[in-house]
Design a protein around this ligand. Structure first.
Ligand SMILES: [Zn+2]
Length: 216
């Protein structure tokens, strides 16, 4: 069974959304995501955004991102807000999700969600925040992707996965050494659902929020 890895920086798994970095030549992978990570935003981010738009025309481009907000690394928050809004608008127009990077910026995300009307489906990746912060996002088109933090007992990710509505979750390896199978196994134990059920759930979740469909 192929288990969908929603976000990875390693191109070894075929059934995965591989995050492409703009500076590097595009590897031939099946599915990919591309965007301007807040760490890499330069003064001339608008030039790079043109490259994102060009890549995004490819039907194999399943999501825009990582994009988002980071108060530890990255430029001034006004620049981050502008770059995020532009990328969110692109995802909205293409009817594909945006993969969100969020560090110490929950307030900036909420500000965006409360003030915008044309919001794409947003996948909060590597989610490991307190469950009440997850709950605040449920009124909006936000899903959650869980990774290696599911392997730490008592992590915020474990607590939130238990409460998270089933139509809002995904799984990922990101930049870890974990396999996607081991993440699904951890989730299966936490939720008391079989890996097969979780696999079907994740695919139906994806196909509900994206115009670019994924089938096993
Ligand atoms: Zn990542």
């Amino acid at each position: 069974m192929n288990l969908l890895d929603i976000h990875t920086h390693s191109s070894t798994n075929e059934f995965a959304i591989f995050n492409i970095e703009l500076e590097r030549p595009k590897e031939s992978t099946s599915f990919f995501s591309t965007g301007l990570h807040p760490w890499n935003l330069q003064e001339n981010w608008e030039d790079n955004f043109d490259k994102v738009k060009a890549f995004a025309k490819d039907e194999k481009c399943m999501a825009i991102g990582e994009a988002g907000f980071d108060r530890i690394w990255g430029p001034d928050k006004e620049v981050q807000k502008k770059a995020f809004s532009a990328q969110a608008k692109l995802a909205f127009e293409l009817e594909i999700p945006l993969i969100l990077h969020l560090v110490k910026s929950h307030d900036l995300l909420l500000e965006y969600l409360k003030n915008e009307t044309e919001i794409p489906s947003i996948i909060c990746h590597g989610f490991n925040l307190k469950p009440h912060l997850g709950e605040q996002l449920l009124p909006f088109p936000v899903s959650f992707s869980f990774g290696k933090a599911l392997k730490q007992k008592d992590s915020n990710a474990v607590s939130w996965l238990k409460k998270c509505p089933e139509d809002r979750y995904f799984f990922e390896t990101d930049d870890s050494d974990e396999t996607i199978d081991s993440i699904f196994n951890a989730a299966s134990v936490i939720l008391g659902r079989s890996v097969e059920e979780l696999s079907e759930q994740v695919l139906s979740n994806w196909n509900r929020i994206s115009k670019r469909k994924i089938y096993e």
